[in-house]
Design a binder for this molecule. Structure first.
Ligand SMILES: [Zn+2]
Length: 87
């Protein structure tokens, strides 16, 4: 399974919103099919994502949630840098 650190590379994009992940500190591993819905820890079910996108997606499946916008990402990044996002 590994961690976000193993998956991150400069210029990689978030599997949830499709925007660039600027730092490994902002990255998390997302279960494409959530574990609560039968997804496993296999690499094929994992994708790198923003921490805030991962939290936003929660237990939804692809297509069940509205894709986060770039503007929303910028807001989350600012809040995260200020320590206001508890993720
Ligand atoms: Zn994202």
């Amino acid at each position: 399974m590994g961690s976000a650190k193993n998956w991150y590379f400069p210029g990689c994009t978030c599997g949830i919103c499709g925007h660039k992940i600027l730092s490994v500190d902002h990255a998390n591993l997302d279960h494409i099919t959530p574990k609560s819905k039968g997804g496993d820890d296999d690499d094929s079910n994992l994708q790198i994502s923003h921490r805030w996108c991962n939290q936003y997606k929660a237990d939804f499946l692809e297509g069940e949630f509205k894709k986060p916008t770039f503007a929303w990402n910028i807001k989350c990044l600012a809040l995260y840098k200020m320590g206001l996002l508890k993720i």
